[in-house]
Design a binder for this molecule. Structure first.
Ligand SMILES: [Zn+2]
Length: 247
């Protein structure tokens, strides 16, 4: 029995992939709950106006300057929840809702994305590690779905598990990436909240700060459930591989 079998055996029980399947369903349901909570929290805080009256774009500009960053542009992009920092061209991309809005949610998101810009400027190790994984993850995620699908069929019909094994390896890379993302996300929020805490001209009340913290907490939770659901899917396919090995 190798390590992987030991781990899946422990989590899925001796019952094989039925329990792994159950775990996957439970985590999928928890994911839905967290997603719903995150969206409703953001909707709520998007309607609470910031006392300072600053827009998301203004908050972002201020946070970058305060951190001595002058080579990063703040731009607005299409879509909802499309906010991200792009290290390639050094831009903080804010969705229009965040860029123009003068709400607590907008300020929280803008500061969080600038948190990534600060990580980049300070060569934060988890961000560097995550960026280094991107080319491998891009390849892995393009082959994951079809190798798993064809792999399962091949294994059941011809007994050949090679393609499924490749699919499991690819999914393992994607899963590892979603876990490496976690410290990067938590750290960006931590930097954002620390800066907001020190800038009473941006966030004037404890209440606003607590709401920003709550919004960013639920945003982080969506990354946690995404990582867990990727892990559950991985365990499920590993248990299918194992069921073959036991025959
Ligand atoms: Zn982020």
């Amino acid at each position: 029995m190798d390590h992987l079998q030991l781990i899946t055996g422990y989590i899925a029980g001796s019952g094989g992939f039925n329990s792994a399947w159950l775990l996957m369903i439970i985590i999928a349901l928890v994911s839905l709950g967290v997603q719903w909570r995150f969206r409703s929290k953001f909707k709520e805080y998007a309607e609470i106006g910031l006392m300072s009256g600053m827009s998301g774009a203004e908050v972002a500009e201020r946070m970058l300057r305060d951190n001595g960053i002058y080579d990063v542009q703040v731009i607005s992009v299409e879509g909802q929840l499309t906010d991200h920092y792009n290290p390639e061209n050094r831009t903080v991309n804010l969705s229009q809702d965040v860029y123009y809005s003068r709400s607590v949610a907008a300020a929280a998101v803008a500061a969080h994305e600038c948190g990534h810009a600060v990580q980049h400027a300070k060569s934060y190790s988890w961000l560097k590690f995550r960026s280094a994984m991107v080319p491998l993850v891009t390849t892995a995620s393009t082959i994951t779905q079809w190798t798993l699908m064809i792999g399962v069929m091949l294994m059941f019909f011809s007994g050949n598990a090679t393609v499924l094994f490749i699919g499991v390896l690819a999914l393992a890379v994607v899963t590892a990436f979603s876990f490496v993302t976690l410290p990067v996300e938590f750290d960006a929020s931590r930097r954002a909240l620390a800066w907001l805490d020190n800038n009473h001209s941006v966030m004037q009340t404890r209440q606003e700060h607590a709401e920003a913290k709550d919004a960013l907490w639920w945003a982080a939770m969506t990354y946690v459930v995404a990582a867990l659901s990727s892990l559950a899917t991985l365990l499920y396919y590993v248990s299918i591989l194992n069921s073959r090995n036991r025959d």
